[in-house]
Write a protein that binds this ligand. Sequence first.
Ligand code: PSV
Ligand code: MN
Ligand code: MN
Length: 388
Amino acid sequence: MPTFADITPVLDRLAIEVPSWAYGNSGTRFKVFATPGTPRTPQEKIADAAQVHRLTGLAPSVALHIPWDEVDDYASLGRFAADHGVALGTINSNTFQDDEYKLGSLTHHDPAVRRRAIDHHLACVDIMDATGSRDLKIWLADGSNYPGQADLRARQDRLHESLSEIYARLSDEQRLVLEYKFFEPAFYHTDVPDWGTSFVQVSALGERAMVCLDTGHHAPGTNIEFIVAQLLRLGRLGSFDFNSRFYADDDLIVGAADPFQLFRIMVEVVRGGGLDEGSGVALMLDQCHNIEDKIPGQIRSVLNVQEMTARALLLDRDALGAAQEAGDVLAANAVFMDAFYADVRPALAEHRVARGLPADPMAAYAASGYQQQIAADRVGGQQAGWGA
Ligand code: PSV
Ligand code: MN
Ligand code: MN
């Protein structure tokens, strides 16, 4: 088994992007709970995200969602972020909250609606130019509720045409990342339901078009790590949206529902070079904290990713390979489980202290007084755009 010292260089460069919307109030269709101290502006969301990075050293960038994070001057928002020790990251488009998109956006049968949806994405690329963001992440709520409602095939063709126009607008340093989701808000069909459809669509665009894998967007029982392995093998895994789920797209804290699944995913990320220097795989969170405080919720999340990454890095690949080659099923499984059960928490605490970080970021946040301060300062916090 590798030692902790062996894996430290990889842990040192581990970066997990946090979503601006995680800091806003969110909930279900039954109730959105207001949390004292909730940010009222994109700047306040960024300030909160900066706390996560300050205490963990793991979250150097913040993803924005447009129009939820609309401001007049994105370059100055980027400077604001830099002043707080973080960068602006992925720009997420949004074509799911306007009445006009009820029957679709980039796939809509009406060219005027498609035009509006494409223009929104072009405006997002303008923002990327100002913020220096690399990735445009597209998640489409497009789909239908009833058999016969829509021409499934024509919508794929229209999606290709719309994406082609958006892709053509990107600079050489920018990427388009297409996220899939098997259902919701549409219940009969979704236009980008699975990794295969996303792969087909992005492959038709060019090399800078990639797939986004949201861990909550699969049918129960799906072997997600297999998809990770396949997309890495194909060179098309652009990013992760990490979260965890018990039932559907629950958007709970990553690693909370099924830490072993997170470990298995990270094993394939490591195996496929996703943590190698210069890897194009972006690790992001896509979560909503409905009932817990948001900042410690995000701190817990990035720590969970770090912990499972460390365990995955400790996997004894030589021993595993030997057992696999020998056809020794139980020995191979034992090697795998040994890494999963390795308790890396004391070593990670030491690693943090060596980097000038608190050994226990959760405790450090609780002791910092930041939560009490924002609760006192901020009145009338914003609701995150809901639907995540
Ligand atoms: C959709 O469920 C999703 O996961 C997409 O990533 C969106 O950008 C995010 O939620 C926020 O609505
Ligand atoms: Mn997502
Ligand atoms: Mn989601």
